[in-house]
Design a binder for this molecule. Structure first.
Ligand code: NAP
Length: 269
């Protein structure tokens, strides 16, 4: 029941109508009986959006494309890991003081840890965009050895240097030895479900393969990796865990992980 004491949360992005975060967070609030509502806001001017948080007393906000970097200069404080990554996807309003966090890296690391250890492992990350950056710093934090594998050399080398990782051109991925492979490119995403970042023959058997694309849930990469005897981790796990960390930062309560997972899985099905 929405009342005059209901707290407001939301996601700021452009576009934002596709976001599954309202569904996931509202299901979690309802499950634990937390008096809050979470809405999607299409925001073009991020500074105006941040002023709205202050004016309306919005308690917490998820930030998505294209504002994850530009929002940083509008905030009062930024968590160290978000500062290192250079992107914020979560804002907490602490009595009018806005602090930015990055829960993408925590989401990816938690999703991996459900199925495999990271410390001492070689982790090949395909892509050099925002998600690769968050995951790369996360792998380093967990004492894994990251290798950035990217189509464009300049962007890949820059990210590798920032993280203190090696770089490998995507065209040479066959030569790589790794324990964990992560796709952070949009290859394989609906409607281009026949695309994949690496040929089936080049997937090393008995490794762990994660795809952060979650639509479809089982991408071509994951199907082929499963066929090669690999442990597979889908993008839903990362999405849910990044939401779990947001929920816990905002409410101080333990997030109902399985409710969140099943709510989003049901929608994706
Ligand atoms: P981004 O900043 O645009 O980066 C995309 C990367 O993919 C770039 O490095 C780009 O390579 C590479 N790429 C794009 N098209 C390619 C192609 N045809 N062949 C080879 N490489 C290609 O995007 P992002 O923000 O990192 O997001 C990437 C994907 O992750 C999106 O699909 C997004 O929906 C998904 N995502 C999922 C979650 C989750 O929770 N599961 C969270 C965040 C993002 P170049 O550098 O050569 O251009």
């Amino acid at each position: 029941m929405i009342s005059s004491s209901t707290e407001l949360y939301g996601v700021f992005g452009d576009p934002v109508s596709h976001s599954l975060s309202p569904l996931m967070h509202n299901a979690a609030f309802a499950h634990i009986g937390y008096d809050a509502a979470y809405l999607a806001f299409q925001i073009k001017d991020i500074r105006a959006g941040i002023n709205a948080i202050r004016a309306l007393g919005i308690r917490g906000v998820s930030i998505t494309i294209p504002h994850k970097v530009s929002v940083m200069e509008c905030l009062d404080e930024i968590d160290d890991m978000a500062e290192n990554i250079g992107a914020v996807n979560t804002i907490v309003n602490q009595n009018g003081k806005l602090k930015g966090y990055n829960s993408d890296w925590l989401g990816a690391i938690s999703a991996l840890k459900e199925k495999t250890g990271i410390s001492g492992k070689t982790v090949a990350i395909i892509g050099a965009g925002g998600a690769a950056r968050a995951i790369g710093f996360g792998v380093k934090q967990e004492r894994g050895k990251a290798i950035i594998v990217n189509r464009s050399t300049d962007k890949g080398e820059k990210l590798a240097k920032d993280i203190g990782a090696e770089f490998c051109p995507l065209s040479e991925i066959r030569t790589l030895k790794y324990d964990i492979l992560i796709n952070t490119t949009p290859l394989g995403m609906t409607p281009n479900i026949d695309t994949t970042p690496i040929s089936e023959q080049a997937i090393r058997s008995e490794t762990a393969v994660m795809d952060i694309v979650y639509n479809p849930l089982k991408t071509r990469l994951l199907k082929e990796a499963e066929g090669n005897g690999c442990t597979i981790i889908d993008g839903l796990a990362m999405f849910v865990y990044q939401g779990v960390f947001q929920f816990e930062l905002w409410t101080g309560k333990t997030a109902p992980v399985e409710v969140m997972r099943e709510t989003v899985r049901g929608k994706l099905r």
